[in-house]
Design a protein around this ligand. Structure first.
Ligand SMILES: NC(=O)N[C@@H](CC(=O)O)C(=O)O
Ligand SMILES: [Zn+2]
Ligand SMILES: [Zn+2]
Length: 349
């Protein structure tokens, strides 16, 4: 008989939906599976004020398929000009779920990010007071630091001092990619969480260069050595409540990926659950998939888990899940495809 498991409907605690034609094209791929998602604010221009946030939320709601109960959880993009007053206001109204820190220049659309952490101390204090979590893209943007070391150096130079200065602030280390990230999150207590992506559980840095350069496996933070992938798999499948799913599904038009200076970002939303089920099955940990995908995230964010369930079956997904997504005038988006066949799919209905 086909193996089948049921889990509480998962959430995605790190998602890029973009805007316009791209938003309309990619949103249904997440809204069909996930109950909620933390919406990344790195639009061009970024989501910098509560007015921007409300307008973006309305555009997302307008693009959500009518039958879906998908709920976007909105974030602000932290800049050196962010108004601490807006934090208190957004927290009180419930419109603001979290604030995102991009070190300036560290990743896609991060130019408006933070150069000097001392300039955002007032905002961080307001977040600590209102219990609004800070989500961090944890890489330094120092050209003298090797790209494979930028996460570990960020922990030392930025995250550790930040946690000393704001001990009450809740922080999520987004898309961790290293054993140093896993170790730091594991020892961090109740106020620290970490998201892990499906692709970082499946690929290492050698995969990016297997047989030639593979732009669709390039994202930031870049995939690291095999030992780091193994540490991430151990953390994700451990059941430890500090680790939860953030897909970092990050669509870019194919022309922006397959070119002389390709963008960072892996679009995995159509295959997130098949990938995760496979990883947890390989690790003999299918019984802990629900904790990672559906329970640990809501617990960190102090929300109830979703009230319905989805089923996964051990049956290869339809080949059509890998079809490019057509974002109209913006172009086609290529779906993440690991180098081995996927064995699990989401059951219909
Ligand atoms: N992860 C990525 O490689 N890219 C993200 C930005 C980010 O999450 O750092 C994007 O917006 O494209
Ligand atoms: Zn990031
Ligand atoms: Zn991201």
């Amino acid at each position: 008989m086909t193996q089948r498991i049921e889990i509480i409907r998962p959430d995605d605690w790190h998602l890029h939906l973009r805007d316009g034609a791209m938003l309309k094209a990619v949103l249904p791929r997440s809204a069909g599976t996930f109950g909620r998602a933390i919406i990344m604010p790195n639009l061009k221009p970024p989501v910098r004020s509560l007015d921007d946030l409300r307008a973006y939320r309305r555009r997302i709601e307008a693009a959500t398929p009518a039958a879906s109960r998908f709920r976007p959880l909105m974030t602000l993009y932290l800049t050196e000009e962010t108004d601490p007053g807006e934090i208190a206001q957004g927290a009180a109204s419930g419109e603001l779920t979290a604030v995102k820190l991009y070190p300036a220049g560290a990743t896609t659309n991060s130019d408006a990010g933070v150069k000097d952490m001392s300039r955002v101390a007032g905002v961080l204090a307001a977040m600590e007071k209102a219990d609004i979590p800070l989500l961090v893209h944890g890489e330094v943007n120092d050209p003298t630091v090797d790209i494979f070391d930028r996460e570990a150096v960020f922990i030392e130079r930025v995250l550790a001092p930040l946690r000393r200065d704001f001990p009450g602030l809740r922080i999520v280390m987004e898309h961790i990619t290293t054993e140093e990230g896993v170790a730091y999150a594991s020892e961090g207590g109740d106020r620290l969480g970490a998201t892990i992506t499906p692709h970082h559980l499946m690929i290492n840095r050698s995969d990016i260069f297997r047989g030639g350069i593979r732009p669709h496996l390039y994202c930031l933070p870049i995939a690291k050595r095999e030992k780091h992938r193994l540490a991430l798999r151990k953390a994700a499948t451990s059941g430890d409540r500090r680790f939860f799913l953030g897909t970092d599904s990050a669509p870019h038009p194919v022309g922006a990926k397959e070119c002389a200076c390709g963008c960072a970002g892996v679009f995995n939303a159509p295959v997130t659950l098949p990938c995760l089920a496979q990883v947890f099955d390989e690790e003999g940990a299918l019984d802990r998939l629900e904790a990672f995908a559906s329970l640990n995230g809501p617990a960190f964010y102090k929300m109830a888990p979703n009230d319905d369930r989805i089923a996964l079956i051990k049956q290869p997904p339809e080949e059509a899940v890998f079809d490019d997504v057509d974002a109209g005038p913006e172009g086609q988006v290529v779906v993440f495809r690991p180098d081995r066949p996927l064995l699990w799919s989401v059951a219909a209905g």
